[in-house]
Design a binder for this molecule. Structure first.
Ligand SMILES: C[S@@+](CC[C@H](N)C(=O)[O-])C[C@H]1O[C@@H](n2cnc3c(N)ncnc32)[C@H](O)[C@@H]1O
Length: 215
């Protein structure tokens, strides 16, 4: 499938799910986002970006953890998700949402201390392009945290192939080695990985952490 078609499929799919997303996915997705955010060094003044932010819950949660001091932004390809994220965030002064694909980020160079991405990276038709953009917008010593199902074993690999056959908006889940090499091709150092859920059932949800070296 062409890249442009994958982007359109994602827009359509997530626009149609936006209204009911929080009601349907709340517990599991929030549990994972909380665990992801617990890995961050969030302080007052932090600049954080969430890629594929959906309804923006993690952005608001991170802003609250940093006492609303700093800048907390989210991007999503779905206009409806962004509409809801904005509606849910009235009164949050330091929280902003932008409708755009993660392949093209409307931010200055060296702006964010950290970039997070939860349960969204497998939809990106050009992961290399996304990581190039992430490297550009991260400050030196800034970090990217990608949470997604990780395919180091047979079961999740089988699921990945099945999703690729059946689900037009799915691009790929990756293995730890693939993350390592994707990061390094774009000049990010793979500095760690942590399974935060799903290990026992054989479908590990793992956070992959990349560092932009300081200069
Ligand atoms: C499963 S939802 C995850 C939402 C949120 N991160 C969470 O954990 O609840 C996947 C999100 O990725 C977004 N998405 C898919 N492809 C995208 C792309 N190329 N750029 C930005 N967002 C994208 C979808 O619109 C959707 O909101």
């Amino acid at each position: 499938m062409e890249k442009i078609q994958i982007a359109e499929q994602n827009q359509k799919k997530w626009d149609s799910r936006a209204k009911t997303y929080d009601a349907k996915r709340f517990d599991y997705f929030r549990f994972m986002q909380k665990r992801l955010i617990s890995l961050l060094d969030l302080r007052e003044g932090t600049h954080l970006l969430d890629l594929g932010c959906g309804t923006g819950w993690a952005v608001r949660y991170a802003a609250a953890k940093a006492n609303q001091q700093g800048e907390f932004d989210g991007v999503d390809i779905s206009a409806k998700m962004i509409e809801i994220a904005r509606a849910n965030s009235t009164g949050c002064r330091n929280v902003h949402f932008f409708q755009t694909g993660a392949e093209r980020l409307p931010f200055n160079n060296n702006y964010f201390d950290c970039v997070i991405c939860s349960n969204s990276f497998h939809h990106y038709f050009s992961p290399a392009k996304v990581l190039k953009e992430v490297k550009r917008v991260l400050k030196p010593n800034g970090k990217i945290y990608i949470l997604d199902l990780t395919c180091d074993r047979r079961l999740p690999k089988m699921l990945n192939r099945r999703c690729q056959r059946r689900e037009p908006a799915h691009v790929s889940f990756y293995s730890t080695d693939e993350y390592r090499s994707l990061f390094s091709s774009e000049g990010l150092n793979y500095v760690g990985g942590k399974i935060i859920a799903g290990r026992l059932i054989g479908f590990p949800m793992k956070v992959h952490i990349g560092l932009k070296n300081g200069k």
